[in-house]
Structures are given as C-alpha cells and as structure tokens.
Design a protein around this ligand. Sequence first.
Ligand SMILES: [Zn+2]
Ligand SMILES: [Zn+2]
Length: 380
Amino acid sequence: MHKKPSQDKPALNWLPISVFSISALITLFLIPYYALTHGFDGWQIAAMLAGIIFCEISITAGYHRLWAHRAYEAHWLVRLFFAIGGTYAVQNTILHWSSDHRLHHMHVDNNEKDPYSAKRGFWYSHMGWMIREYNLNPNKNYENCKDLKKDPIVMFQHKHYLPLVLTINFGIPILLGLWHGDLIGMMLLAGVARLTISHHLTFFINSLAHVWGSQPYSSKNTSKDNPIIALLTFGEGYHNYHHSFQRDYRNAIRWWQYDPTKWLIRSLNFIGLTKNLYRTPLEYIETERAQMLLRSTTIKLSQHFHSEALILRLQEEYETLIKNINEFTQAKRQWMEAQKNTMMESYDIEALKEKAENLKANFLQQKKNWLSLNANIVLA
Ligand SMILES: [Zn+2]
Ligand SMILES: [Zn+2]
C-alpha cells in the first residue's frame, strides 16, 4: 500500500473511504441510469424507505439513546432488533459508536478530544473524522463503556461485526430481490441507496445540528435545536436540548415537536418492552431556559432601547422565577423524601404534596409572566 501521510494529516482509512465513495457513486449515477433504462416500482421504493427507517431508528433509539446514553432500559427483543438495524446501517459496532459518542458529549467542541468536533469544520464533523486515522478515542478497550460490555447482544455484535455486516447488508436486499423478481434493482435501492441516504441522515446530527439552528438551553457548546434537522433525523435535531440534558430519553419535550424516536420508546413502554425512561425534571429545564432567555433579551434591549428601567424589570422577573423554581424544587424533594419515610403519617405526606403542587402552580404562573414579558420586549 502506498500510504503517504502528509506532514500534519494522519493516514487515510481506506475501508470507510471505499464504502462511502462506492455507495455514493452508485447512488448518484448508476441508480438514476437504472431508473431511466429499467425503472423501479413501488415495492422497491417501499423497501428502500422501510430500510432507511429501520437503520435510522436503530441508531437513534438504539445506539444513541439506549446504549450510548442509557436513557432507558429495553427488553432483549428490542435490543436485538436495534442491533440488527444498526448493523444494517453500517455505522461500526454499538460498543465503538457509544464510546466515541460518550467522548463527544464529555469533550464537545474540543478539537483534540471530541472525535467529531464541529469546531474542526462541517466536513470533518460530517464524515472527515472517519476517513483518516485521527485516533482521538483513548479508550482502546472501551473503558468508558464497561456497562455495555455486560450486554451479550452488544458483545456478540462486536465480536462478529464484519461477517454480520456482510450477511445482513447483502442478505436482506438479495432476499427482497428474489421475492420481488428484479434482483439488481432491489440491491440498488434497498441495498445501496438505503445505505447512502441513512448514512448522511445520521451524519447530519454531528455536522448540521452543530451549525444551524437556535440555542434555547445553552450556548456553552455549538449544538443547535432545529426542527428541519429533526425531520431528517427522527427527532435528533433538537440537539441543543440533547447536549444540555443528555440522559433524557426525549430530544424534543413539547408535544408538537417531531421526535418519532421518543414516540417509539414510549409506545414500547406501554406494552412493557422498555422501562425506566429517564426524564429531566421540569425545574432543571426551565432554569436553563430562563438563563438563556435573560441573556438574549438583555442583549436585544441594550441594542435597541437602552432602557435601564426595562432591563431592571426583566432582571426582577427573572429572579422571581428562579426563586419560585427553587422553592418548588425544595418542596418536591421534601415530599419525595417523606414518601420513603415509613415513620411519617399519611396526612403529613399529603400536606407536603399539596405544598409542592401549590408551589409548582406558582412557578408555572411566573413562567408565563416571564415569557410574556420577554415576548413583549422582543416584539416592541
Ligand atoms: Zn452533538
Ligand atoms: Zn448524544
């Protein structure tokens, strides 16, 4: 092999380069040519779309939220399903993927320690990090994923990854093609186009979701919330929320926001296939959000009005909100501790519950006041 690394760039990684470039070239040139000369039918397009959904949801609900973040627990049947879909998606093993991803969260935007740091540019965070041997992950034995090593499905996939990738990626399209009749057409759409598209949809989370969008929860890193990216990534586009509250099984917290990964995890919970879904307590979310809003509205105020009185009013409303949140948090904690205390009378516990509920209503009312004040200032 003629590996000639340039002075400052590590050697090229030929396996991913081949997989990415061959699949992209076939998708861009051979598939349109085949469409014109032979045509594709609805079954082949459906097989491609179903394959994209299978790959994507296995990465978002399985690799990402289940394994990398432990946001919930899942029955072995669900884990097996995601392991097969993740292998079909060709994004390395669960263990390797999760190890990289945990580093991404721990050292986000650090060019030396985040394996796909967005600060190194769009191309690097999208694909560039995989096509050279950057070796930014110091966990050679996946020390940061000891918990995952106890999962036999994770370890089986890790040990037999290459034969599994080949079997599943050739096996599924070939079986579909034999059933359908047009083997080549099925291999092109359900095999290659499905792989190329699902690759880039996932890669957008590391690239686009760190570049384009808003930052309602934190400006400490480059992550962004973006509903359009959420549409492309099965809900992972609410990436600013995710980087702020990474253990949450939800990436979108409002009912109208598109997060099918969350809907799937919750649906599986209804039929007993997932459990212990972790939700960030409301008070933490609202505290972060209020801080960000205070900052952005203050900047707008100082740019347009130079109104000291309004800035002071804003500050006051913010402080009242934080005070109300803290009072509620404390009361909630007291009530939860009381529930565990077997010595306590039930009417005392009930009183603590009522106090917490009242303080919650208080805080939600102040949140409304706070949001409308901000909206009025911004609209003025
Ligand atoms: Zn990220
Ligand atoms: Zn994550």
